[in-house]
Design a protein around this ligand. Structure first.
Ligand SMILES: Cc1cc2nc3c(=O)[nH]c(=O)nc-3n(C[C@H](O)[C@H](O)[C@H](O)COP(=O)(O)O)c2cc1C
Length: 216
């Protein structure tokens, strides 16, 4: 698939087919994603690929912890958000609402869905070693960009899941990840359910004039 095409086509998937992703396909995906550039070629990422019964156990644990701790998806803001950011959030809600099953609360759908990786057969947990400062989170962001586009090229669908960082200790204990690693993000990986209305909406983007300043 052409890279421009992939960028235009990619979207997050929130409903997956009950169909496992083969090990070879996952290996291809990881080999492509880890071609991402990083500062001083440090490649500060580590990826834990969780499938099968372990993925089901992890999802059950995260849903339970989310309810116990009353955790909800949020903007990760240090201060109240200016109105134009709130407007973008509202825009996402508006495009997603028509695809939600009837009587479903949006926030519950996102919170529980995120902890369950939206039913995807595989979850990739990306961690970083605590030797690194927050500067190296940029590298992880680049990796995620590569991963979601490479997945599309392999016929897979993805959804980045930031919510799970709230459960850093639980995830590390469940997956035997050493204490000095931090969970940066998870990625749901699988085959998109083409029948699900939740996969139809396309989120909008701010116009270039809103986010770009030109200086000549
Ligand atoms: C860092 C990051 C964290 C995210 N966390 C979540 C999440 O916890 N739950 C979720 O449903 N979507 C999550 N998303 C997906 C975004 O909601 C989605 O990318 C955004 O609405 C744009 O839609 P698109 O990916 O379909 O273009 C996350 C995306 C990114 C990049």
């Amino acid at each position: 698939m052409d890279i421009i095409e992939a960028i235009k086509e990619r979207r997050s998937s929130r409903a997956f087919l009950d169909k496992p992703v083969e090990r070879g396909t996952l290996e291809n995906l990881l080999a492509l994603a880890t071609q991402a550039p990083s500062a001083i070629n440090l490649q500060p990422w580590e990826l834990t690929v969780v499938s099968g019964e372990e993925k089901k156990r992890l999802s059950r644990l995260l849903v339970k912890r989310m309810k116990e701790m009353n955790i909800s998806c949020g903007p990760g803001a240090n201060k109240p958000l200016p109105e134009y950011f709130i407007e973008r959030q509202r825009g996402l809600l508006n495009v997603m609402l028509p695809g939600l099953p009837e009587q479903t609360n949006f926030q519950d759908f996102i919170n529980e869905g995120s902890c369950n990786f939206y039913g995807a057969p595989t979850a990739i947990i990306i961690t970083i070693d605590d030797v690194f400062s927050s500067a190296r989170l940029t590298d992880i962001g680049v990796l995620v960009g590569y991963l979601v586009l490479a997945a599309l090229g392999l016929g897979l669908a993805t959804c980045p899941i930031g919510l799970i960082t709230a459960f850093d200790d639980d995830i590390k204990e469940e997956l035997n990840i050493p204490e000095e690693k931090h969970v940066v993000i998870g990625i749901a990986v699988g085959y998109a359910d083409p029948q699900s209305p939740i996969n139809l909406p396309r989120s909008e983007r701010a116009s270039l004039s809103e986010v770009v300043k030109w200086r000549d």
